[in-house]
Design a protein around this ligand. Sequence first.
Ligand code: PAF
Length: 281
Amino acid sequence: MKVINNILEITSYLNSFVSTGKKIGFVPTMGALHFGHLTLINTSKDQNDITVASIFVNPTQFNDKQDFEKYPRNTTEDLKKLSEIGCDIVFMPDEKEMYPETDSTKFNLGKLEEVMEGKFRPGHFQGVAIIVNKLFKIVKPNNAYFGQKDFQQLAVIKKLVSTTNSTVNIVSCPIIRESNGLAMSSRNTRLKEEEFDQASLIFSTINQLSNYIANNKFSDFKTWVISQINENKLFRTEYIEIVDTETLEIVTDLKNHKSITCCIAVYCGQVRLIDNIQINL
Ligand code: PAF
């Protein structure tokens, strides 16, 4: 496995594969890799000739400085995992390499910036779009792999690809869960043992939603979810929304929707956890 820190080196290294017609798969990450990331790498390895992973904790996507500082970093372990799984190339730039100067690019992300993660983390998706756009230009992958845990991020990246006329094919991969149902996330390493165990409550609650909405007034679902989760003093629900799976428009009644997705953000102390579940109607 080749580890590369600078843009010039990775572009010229990758050019040698592109010129021989090799297909490149790309898994952008912020490190602190878990089994979910490794599943993305494996999917890329199955579908491409060369798999590139990037590790970069992107400062522009953190609206909260403390969250950026506390974001788990574990490069030695990450490189070991990537090497064992057979990743071909790891791009691990530093901040100066990715941001030699302040980048004030603004992407048109439309309504995606106004709801859920967009509303509660102002500027977050602009930061994601800036870094993913830079990484796509550097790696020029055929396919790029993202987990469905970040459901809204996936929509942002698809919008970015269409507004920039990029040819990168975005592959959306299923959420990988811990054995208690908690969606895998790098942030889970910040949970204490008791918090980790009890955080199964998030998925178990949204997993019961289709049953709840089949038997109750639809408009009551928020109150129900919040009461289920906030009843446990370890957790505080930041938002719970049901959106159309395709358009991400907020659903106010179930008419005219084929598939809906319930999205939730919950604080456990300082740790912010997100999850979602798709319900086909
Ligand atoms: O999902 C993530 O880990 C990040 O948002 C990404 C896509 C690597 C951009 O920094």
